[in-house]
Structures are given as C-alpha cells and as structure tokens.
Ligand binder design. Structure first.
Ligand SMILES: NC(=O)c1ccc[n+]([C@@H]2O[C@H](COP(=O)([O-])OP(=O)(O)OC[C@H]3O[C@@H](n4cnc5c(N)ncnc54)[C@H](O)[C@@H]3O)[C@@H](O)[C@H]2O)c1
Length: 245
C-alpha cells in the first residue's frame, strides 16, 4: 500500500520546514520528487539530501507567484502529484496586527503566495492530469484560514481560506477524471522537537505537542496514493485535536 513508484511529485516551498518533510516522505515511498523553492540553494540541498537517502529527486526552483516561471518549470513535464506547500504570513508573521490597523497595500503579498501561488501551480498541471486520467493535488492550508484566528494575520487567513475553497471547487470539477484534490489544514507545527517556547505553545494543544514535518509527510503520502482515490474535495485538519472542522 501507498507505493508511489513511477509517480513524479512536485512539492513547492520544499527547501525547509514542512515542505522538506513532505518531499522526504513522498521520496521514501518511491516517487521521483521535484524539490521546488524560491531559494535555489535550499532546493538543491534538499534534493541532494533525498538522493543521499536513496530517493530520486531533483531541484526545481521557481517563484510560485510568477506564472511565467511556474509554466516554464512545469507545463511541459508530466506531473502526477502536486503539493502546494509554499506559503507564509509575510510581514504579518513578524509584525502581527489587527486587520483594521493594516494598510491595503499589505494584503497583496500574503494573497499572492498563499492563494495566487496555488492557482498558478494547480492551473499549470491540472490539464495534463485530467488528460492522463490520474492526478493528486494537495494544498497545505491552515486553521487560520478554515477557522480563523485572532493573532493579527487576517490577510494570511484570507489566502489560506481562499486556497481551501479554490481546491474544493476544482476537486468537484475534476472528480470524474481520476484526479483528486484535497487540502490539509495545519495547526501549530514545529520543525524542532522540545524547547521552552515549543513546550509553552504545546500546552493549548489537546495532544500536548506540536505537529512535525513527519506528521504532515505521512498524511500527504496517503493523499498522494492510489489508495486515496475516493478521498477528494476535503479540507482535512491535522492539528493534534485543536482544529475539529
Ligand atoms: N509551521 C506552521 O505552524 C504552519 C501552520 C499552518 C500552516 N502552515 C503552512 O505550511 C506551509 C509550510 O510552512 P513552513 O512552516 O514549513 O514554512 P517555512 O517558511 O519554514 O518554509 C516555506 C518555504 O517556502 C519557500 N517559499 C516562500 N515563498 C515562496 C515562493 N513564492 N515560491 C516558492 N517557494 C517559496 C521558502 O523559501 C521556504 O523554504 C506554508 O504554506 C504555511 O503557511 C504552517
């Protein structure tokens, strides 16, 4: 079960963090992994690490917000699995503020990467998947987008909620074509285990710990697999119990 041999997967923003975990997990199940990141050095490093671990991988750097770059990198390739992972809260991650205190010009960047990037990448590969009657599209979204949060990242929430809605509609459009489309709504994740800050944050999570790239990788392996062919149009919480719908 969950054998991905013969499949080619793109993971966007895989140069660190959650994306690296997803790329590693897909590679470990036999997929050929195209490691995307806007930072080409990081993409090269992760691809080299996957290869060193015995997986098949290559770096595919591009900026998901630039449709020309996205098309140039992917339009002519056979992509079976797309994981839309690249995203961030942009300036609001460093300086969270209530929506009323933000300036309209600040909304563009979070929408461009979290929603525009998903549109660009999904649109570029979807036609080929439908034509070949097989494909898996996965969006990495957030409880901030599906439930909302009051921590001063509303534009990020809009991008993530938009991506989840986009992918649910796309899923229904292609549901008869062998292509599934789902999102994973993440709760609080960590790249590292332990530490004081992590322990403090973990107190509010029912399972008592933050999620890891490995947790996300395992779910993506399932969603990317043949066995998940009846799972589509869903936004699946992966949050240690802290997101329930
Ligand atoms: N970490 C969390 O707690 C958490 C929670 C909810 C959702 N998420 C989502 O999960 C995804 C991964 O999160 P993470 O914590 O690993 O993020 P991260 O910031 O550690 O890594 C994101 C990677 O994406 C790349 N990237 C950024 N913009 C890009 C672009 N325009 N084109 C291509 N690559 C780009 C970055 O260079 C970086 O390597 C993001 O979409 C994030 O919004 C994370």
């Amino acid at each position: 079960m969950f054998d991905l041999a013969g499949r080619t997967a793109v993971v966007t923003g895989a140069g660190q963090g959650m994306g690296t975990g997803v790329a590693t997990a897909l590679g470990s199940r036999g997929a050929h992994v195209l490691v995307n990141d806007i930072d080409s050095d990081r993409a090269e490093m992760v691809a080299a690490q996957l290869e060193a671990d015995g997986a098949s991988a290559e770096a595919l750097p591009f900026d998901v917000t630039d449709l020309d770059q996205v098309q140039q990198a992917m339009a002519e390739r056979r992509i079976d699995i797309l994981v839309n992972n690249a995203g961030n809260a942009g300036a609001h991650a460093m300086r969270p503020r209530p929506f009323a205190e933000t300036e309209p010009g600040e909304w563009d960047a979070p929408l461009a990467v979290n929603l525009g990037g998903v549109m660009n990448c999904t649109h570029t590969v979807l036609g080929g998947m439908v034509e070949r009657e097989w494909g898996r599209v996965i969006g990495i979204v957030s409880g901030a987008g599906t439930q909302g949060v009051r921590i001063g990242v509303a534009a990020y929430s809009a991008g993530k909620g938009g991506a989840a809605g986009l992918l649910r509609s796309v899923a229904l459009e292609v549901a008869r074509s062998g292509v599934t489309v789902n999102s994973v709504a993440l709760g609080l994740m960590s790249n590292t285990e332990g530490g004081e800050i992590t322990a403090d944050l973990a107190k509010g999570i029912p399972t008592g710990r933050l999620g890891t790239p490995r947790d996300l990788g395992a779910l993506c392996v399932y969603l990317a697999s043949e066995e998940a062919s009846w799972m589509t149009a869903q936004t699946i919480p992966l949050a240690g119990g802290s997101i329930t719908s």
